[in-house]
Design a binder for this molecule. Sequence first.
Ligand code: ZN
Length: 301
Amino acid sequence: MKHIFSGNPMDRGEALRRDEAWIAKAADRFDACFLPFNRLNVLLRGRELAWLNTAELEPLEPTLPPVFLGMLGDSPHFAVNIDRTDELPDGCQLVDCRTAAMQMALDETGIVAQARAQLDWHRRHRFCSVCGEESHMQRGGQVRICPSCDANHFPRTDPVAIMLVVDGDRCLLGQPKGPLVKTGMYSALAGFIDQGESIEEAVRREVMEEAGLKVGDVRYHSSQPWPFPSSLMIGCHAQATSTDINMDTEEMHDVRWVDREEMTRAMNGEPASIKAPGPIAIAHHLIASWLSGDVDPRFGG
Ligand SMILES: [Zn+2]
């Protein structure tokens, strides 16, 4: 299953990017394409990514060096920060990446995920975490090297376990404290996977922490890159082995069981006691998969 922010068609140019001389020249090629971002908002032309050539990019005052995303066809493609936003090309506008992703073709959302996560990482990791010296990017942005202590720093991806806990004909949804409360939206429970922890262990720990429930069988469903700032959502179904909720009141506003009928109404946008997450979120697909009976019938057996 391909989620929004996956499906990136770019050949990431693993061999090409190890040739620093090639990378240095690639950005000057006549066929080089640049995708501008400002404050992590992406430039769109209509609903499509606005790839610019060097001449179009120049007046926008790009912050160099650009990040090499990879090859599409025979052309090198880059993501780049721009400083000027008052001289955008005709028909172009800067759009926040969530909004952009909900409008565009799936393949393009994968490029947005890669570009946004990489630009944000470089912006926040200019200095070596070992010795404090300013580092510089190599391999087109796939690594930062410290000139003082030779440490290599790689862009990180943070794994998040997100799980739909089920108990027969009902599933468990939660609402964390914060902006979601006003919207009435409920979603699957989720949390960062700790160091030295398997996906299954993280699922069981998070469900115990947030809902006070025990979980037995855990089944992987699918995963979704989530570039806010650089997570990988690992979607699972989990079988409850206890059912009395004992919620973490510090983190959660509400945790509740939702039966199949109520869940179906919420997913169809019909009046219901909760609002379901939209298709941009992997939680939506975990719920849809459970409602449609796609969950492995041996699950929990
Ligand atoms: Zn260092």
